[in-house]
Ligand binder design. Structure first.
Ligand code: NOJ
Length: 526
C-alpha cells in the first residue's frame, strides 16, 4: 500500500544546479530552493524530487556519489538542507531526495578501500573478479587501475563502479550470491543511508536505476525485488510515512517490490514517448532519432494513435491499482524537454491529459513555462541531456533572475533568445502555459475524482474521434487534432452527465448525447 499522502500529491522535480542561485557563484543552491518554495506551492505542487545533491566529483551530475551523508558544498551545508525540509514542511510540501543505490563514484571511500590489495571491510562492497586478467563476461568492467589483482564491474559510466548486491544466478567463482554476507552488508549500508536522511526530515526517495541491484537476475528481477521488499519492510517499521518512487518503468514489478510509485518513462517506443515524442524510427535512444518523423499523440495532425499508449498503460494500471501508483511526467533531466517538439497549445493538452490521469504526476522545473531544450555543450556527463538542464528562467533581469554571477560563470548558459519564456512574462499573460498548469493543478486538488485513486475508465479511443475517459464521476475529453471531432456517448455515461464544463481549453460541448470537441480542445465535465 502506498503512503496515504500521495493521494493528492503533485511533484516538482528540481535539478539543483540550475534552479536558483542565492550566493552569486553561478550555480543553484538550497537557499535558492527555499526562496522559491512559495512559487512551487502557488503552482500547485506539494512535493519535490531533488536530483542528487551529495558530495561528488560530478562526472555524472552527482549520480556519482562520493559521500552519501554529506551534501555538496556548492549547494550549501547539511544544515541548509535540513532547513529546506523544515521550510517545505511548513508549507505542506514533502521532499524526496535522490537515492543512488546501484553504484558510487570511483572516489567514494568505500571504493578506495576496496581497491586495496590487502583485504578489508570493503573488499566485497563492489563486484570484483579474482584476477587482474579475469574480466567479467557480460558486464562492463575495468581492469588495471587498482593495486588489487582483479577487475571491477561498472553500473553506468566508467566513474560508477557497481555496488555488490550479489548475483541471483552465480556462474563464476568470483560472484557472490545475493544472500551472501557481502551482499547483505551492502543492503544494510543503503538502509543506513536512508535512515540518515529520513531521520533528518526527508520524506522519501526517488531511486536511481532501481532494477540494477542484483546481477544475473531473472526476467522478473527476483533478486532485486527481494532486496527492495526487505528495504520496504524496514521503511514500514521505522518510517511508515516515507515514499519511494522507482526509476524502473515496470510498475507491475516495481510496485510488487514495495515501491509506492514507478515512473512511466520507457523511451524509446514505450508508453511515455507515444504521448510526447513518438518517432517513426525507434532505432536508437532519444538523441539519435530526435529529428525523425514525430507521431506523438499530442502533436497536431501527426496521426498519433492514443491506443499505442493506452494498451500498455491500461494493462499496467489494471494490474497495479491496489498496489501503488504509476507516475507520469512532463519529462526529466535525462530526456528532451516536451517543448522540443510540442508547441504551446500542444503542451497545454498534453499536460491536461497527464494531470488528469490516476497516479502521482511529476512536473520537471521549467516545463510549466515551456522552457526550451538548448543546444549547449555537454556538462558533467550530461551529453545530449545537458540541453534540458539549463537555468530556470524567472524574469527578464540579468541571467533571467537565476543568478547574479557573470554570464560566463554560470553553471550553464541561460536561454538568451528573444522569445525565451520566463515566469514573470507568463504571470502577466492570462493565456500562458503557466496559468494553464496552475489552473489544472488547482482543479486536480479540488476534485477528488481527478486525484491518484479515482477510477479511470476509457470510454472512446477510436481513431478520428475525441478521446473520452471517465475519472470517477467526471468526464474528460481530449482532441489534439486540428479539426472538430465528435462521438456519441454510451447511454449509461450520458445519463449520469449534467453537462457542466468545469475546465476547458478550446471548445467542447455535449448535445443530445453527442460530444463535440473543437480543434485542439480539452474539457473536464460533470
Ligand atoms: C539515471 C539517472 O536519471 C541519470 O541521470 C544517471 O546518469 C544514471 N541513472 C546513472 O546514475
Amino acid at each position: 500500500m502506498a503512503a496515504k499522502w500521495l493521494k493528492d500529491t503533485v511533484f516538482y522535480e528540481i535539478y539543483p544546479q540550475s534552479f536558483k542561485d542565492t550566493n552569486g557563484d553561478g550555480i543553484g543552491d538550497f537557499n535558492g530552493i527555499i526562496e522559491k518554495l512559495d512559487y512551487i506551492k502557488g503552482l500547485g505542487c506539494n512535493a519535490l524530487w531533488i536530483n542528487p545533491c551529495y558530495d561528488s566529483p560530478f562526472k555524472d551530475a552527482g549520480y556519482d556519489v562520493r559521500d552519501y551523508k554529506k551534501v555538496a558544498p556548492r549547494y550549501g551545508t547539511n544544515e541548509d538542507l535540513f532547513r529546506l525540509f523544515e521550510e517545505a514542511h511548513k508549507r505542506g510540501i514533502r521532499v524526496l531526495l535522490d537515492l543512488v543505490p546501484g553504484h558510487t563514484s570511483e572516489e567514494h571511500a568505500w571504493f578506495r578501500e576496496s581497491q586495496k590489495a590487502e583485504r578489508n571491510e570493503y573488499s566485497d562492497r563492489y563486484i570484483w573478479t579474482d584476477f587482474c586478467f579475469q574480466g567479467a563476461p557480460g558486464f562492463p568492467y575495468v581492469g588495471g587501475e587498482s593495486e588489487r589483482s582483479g577487475c571491477y564491474v561498472l553500473n553506468f559510466f566508467k566513474c560508477q563502479p557497481a555496488l555488490n548486491y550479489g548475483f541471483y544466478r552465480v556462474t563464476e567463482p568470483w560472484q557472490k550470491s545475493f544472500r551472501s554476507p557481502a551482499a547483505m552488508a551492502t543492503r544494510e549500508a543503503i538502509k543506513d543511508i536512508m535512515r540518515f536522511w529520513l531521520s533528518h526530515g526527508c520524506d522519501g526517495f526517488r531511486v536511481d536505476m532501481a532494477a540494477s541491484l542484483v546481477k544475473n537476475d531473472d526476467d522478473r528481477k527476483t533478486g532485486t525485488s527481494t532486496v527492495w521488499r526487505d528495504i520496504r519492510r524496514m521503511l514500514d517499521l521505522e518510517f511508515p510515512d516515507a515514499a519511494i518512487v522507482a526509476e524502473w518503468s515496470n510498475p507491475p514489478l516495481a510496485l510488487r517490490a514495495g515501491y509506492d510509485m514507478d515512473f512511466c518513462l520507457n523511451e524509446p517506443g514505450g508508453c511515455y514517448s507515444t504521448l510526447m515524442r513518438d518517432y517513426a524510427n525507434y532505432g536508437g535512444f532519444i538523441n539519435s532519432n530526435r529529428n525523425a518523423e514525430d507521431h506523438s499523440y499530442f502533436k497536431k495532425d501527426a496521426g498519433g494513435d492514443i491506443n499505442r499508449f493506452l494498451d500498455e498503460y491500461l494493462s499496467w494500471y489494471e494490474d497495479t491499482r491496489d498496489l501503488g501508483y504509476i507516475s507520469m511526467l512532463t519529462c526529466n533531466h535525462d530526456t528532451l524537454r516536451p517543448s522540443y517538439n510540442l508547441a504551446p497549445r500542444e503542451l497545454k493538452l498534453a499536460y491536461a491529459f497527464l494531470f488528469t490521469l490516476p497516479g502521482v504526476p511529476f512536473l520537471y522545473y521549467g516545463d510549466e513555462i515551456g522552457m526550451k531544450y538548448l543546444d549547449v555543450p555537454t556538462k558533467e556527463g550530461g551529453y545530449f541531456r545537458t540541453g534540458s538542464r539549463t537555468p530556470m528562467q524567472w524574469d527578464d533581469s540579468a541571467n533571467h533572475g537565476f543568478s547574479a554571477a557573470q554570464a560566463s560563470d554560470l553553471y550553464l548558459p541561460v536561454d538568451l533568445s528573444p522569445d525565451a519564456p520566463t515566469v514573470a512574462s507568463q504571470e502577466a499573460d492570462p493565456d500562458s502555459l503557466l496559468h494553464t498548469v496552475r489552473a489544472l493543478l488547482a482543479l486536480r486538488h479540488s476534485e477528488e475524482d481527478l486525484q491518484a485513486d479515482a477510477v479511470l475508465q476509457v470510454i472512446c479511443s477510436e481513431k478520428d474521434r475525441p478521446l473520452v475517459y471517465r475519472r470517477g464521476s467526471l468526464l474528460c475529453v481530449v482532441n489534439p487534432s486540428g479539426r472538430s471531432l465528435e462521438t456519441a456517448l454510451p447511454a449509461d455515461v450520458c445519463g449520469k452527465l449534467k453537462g457542466e464544463v468545469i475546465f476547458s481549453i478550446g471548445e467542447v460541448t455535449v448535445e443530445n448525447g453527442r460530444i463535440c470537441a473543437g480543434a485542439q480542445g480539452f474539457a473536464v465535465m460533470r
